[in-house]
Design a protein. Structure first.
Length: 304
């Protein structure tokens, strides 16, 4: 197998983070992986990059920002791919890592910046940077339909961080008489287990980000809904320009809205389905996500 140097915040973070451990497992199926932590780059930087076929950074953007001078000394002119789940942080006016891409492009031979949002890949390319869209995915072993509709305890639920835009969204739903069970953040394994207790997972990622004083929508985070659907839940979230990149229409248990007033009708349409139709829909979604194997897009971006 080709040899891959994988630059990470730490091996512990890589193996325990909700998404990065899935990416690592998939990379290890495609490459002979050597994990190099930021600590090793700082203090034990003799890495011999010429021994590797590929070098990929999966470090958090703020880590890459603080480490790029040292990293450039370590990798030299060797081609480097950067994988980034939060590409918008490079551009937002209030971001602590604004300008990271420009900095690393000046110092290193960047082959591609792999972003998990197609909208942000296009935005990055329009700034003259070598960006490419890749999909986040769900490992096949996590794609489990789980309990039937009536066996799930929570009708409308959400679990995760309550950012301001989500707080406003849930308050507006509450004013419409739609109550949501909000579960506190937990480990990834607990989260996956909790999803088997939820019938419909609901949230909004509509927010107002500023870049050079101009407003932009998020156009991101569709992995949340793909993961929810992979656990046999229905999902409801706001539509945006990035849903086509994740082929959301190909996952029948994910429903989108353009305006919050559409949500009661969407809920009613789901609840009015027969139990057999609900089960058929979630089965089809889980099977689709399992067979799509979206994590492979990152390996393919290196290999081809």
């Amino acid at each position: 197998m080709p040899k891959l140097m994988l630059l990470a915040d730490s091996e512990k973070y890589l193996r325990n983070n909700c998404y990065q451990h899935q990416l690592l497992e998939h990379l290890e199926a495609n490459f002979e992986v050597t994990i190099v932590s930021q600590r090793r780059i700082r203090y034990f930087p003799l890495l011999s990059p010429e021994r590797f076929d590929f070098i990929l950074s999966v470090m958090r953007q703020r880590t890459l920002f603080s480490l790029c001078e040292k990293l450039s000394q370590v990798v030299g002119d060797a081609p480097l791919h950067i994988y980034d789940q939060d590409p918008w942080e490079n551009f937002l006016d209030n971001s602590s890592s604004r300008g990271t891409y420009e900095k690393v492009l000046q110092l290193m031979n960047i082959r591609r910046i792999l972003t998990t949002s197609n909208w942000w890949a296009k935005f990055t390319k329009n700034q003259g940077m070598p960006a490419k869209f890749v999909r986040m995915g769900v490992l096949r072993r996590y794609c489990v339909v789980g309990p039937k509709w009536m066996e799930r305890k929570i009708t409308l639920g959400f679990q995760g961080t309550i950012h301001d835009h989500r707080h406003r969204f849930f308050n507006e739903l509450n004013s419409m008489g739609i109550g949501i069970t909000i579960l506190p953040s937990s480990s990834h394994q607990c989260y996956l287990s909790n999803l088997h207790d939820i019938r419909i997972y609901i949230h909004s990622e509509k927010t107002d980000w500023k870049i050079n004083g101009e407003s932009y929508q998020a156009n991101s985070l569709w992995i949340k809904d793909v993961e929810v659907a992979a656990r046999g839940c229905f999902a409801i979230r706001n539509s945006d320009e990035d849903e086509e990149a994740y082929d959301i229409k190909g996952i029948p248990s994910i429903f989108t809205f353009n305006h919050i007033k559409e949500i009661p009708d969407i809920i009613n349409s789901i609840e009015s389905l027969t139990h057999a139709s609900k089960r058929e829909m979630v089965n089809a979604s889980v099977n689709t996500i399992r067979e799509r194997n979206d994590w492979q897009t990152i390996a393919d971006a290196l290999l081809y």
